[in-house]
Design a binder for this molecule. Structure first.
Ligand code: HEC
Length: 140
């Protein structure tokens, strides 16, 4: 996973001047759902970092699992296909998303157990998913 994301990152930075990211077309409803989810992702990540900064590891783990982890997957499942971002993603992109949720859950397990060094070593796997996907794909 780490290697995959890093490779994508390198591939995309090489041509960043002309925006080498792959355009992934989505219906407006899916775009809107994605944007909303992304804003929430950033808020959740910030919340997790704030809790870590205050040495509240179990709480950081709870938030990470609930808002970013595997528990947060499938939010759009009940919606029509037009409003489900995941349904319009190429497989590799979708997999990066899934890996991000898994990484958040792995971090959450360690954080909830107050295993500080392990939690901190797992946290970059989560941000690697954010970076990996953003470096490789765009929707407009
Ligand atoms: C599977 C792919 C994927 C992953 C993983 C992902 N994002 Fe995104 N994100 C996108 C796409 C696509 C856009 C829209 C880019 C565009 O406008 O073309 C986006 C946009 C955003 C935006 C801008 C929203 C706006 O106001 O327009 C934020 C903030 C964001 N992502 C945060 C995050 C954070 C934080 C994470 C990790 C916890 C994350 N994303 C993980 C695909 C992803």
């Amino acid at each position: 996973m780490k290697r995959l994301v890093f490779a994508l990152f390198l591939a995309s930075t090489a041509s960043f001047a002309e925006d080498g990211r792959e355009l992934v077309p989505m219906p407006p409803a899916a775009q809107e759902a994605l944007q909303q989810e992304m804003i929430e992702n950033l808020l959740a990540l910030n919340e997790v970092l704030g809790l870590i900064g205050n040495s509240k590891f179990p709480e950081a783990g709870e938030v990470a699992e609930k808002k970013l982890g595997v528990s947060a997957m499938g939010k759009h499942r009940g919606k029509p296909v037009d409003a489900r971002p995941g349904a319009h993603m190429p497989e590799v992109m979708h997999n990066i998303g899934v890996q991000g949720h898994v990484a958040a859950s792995e971090f959450a397990v360690a954080a909830k157990a107050s295993e500080y060094p392990r939690a901190m070593s797992l946290l970059p796997n989560l941000t690697a998913a954010c970076v990996g996907c953003h470096s490789a794909y765009r929707i407009r």
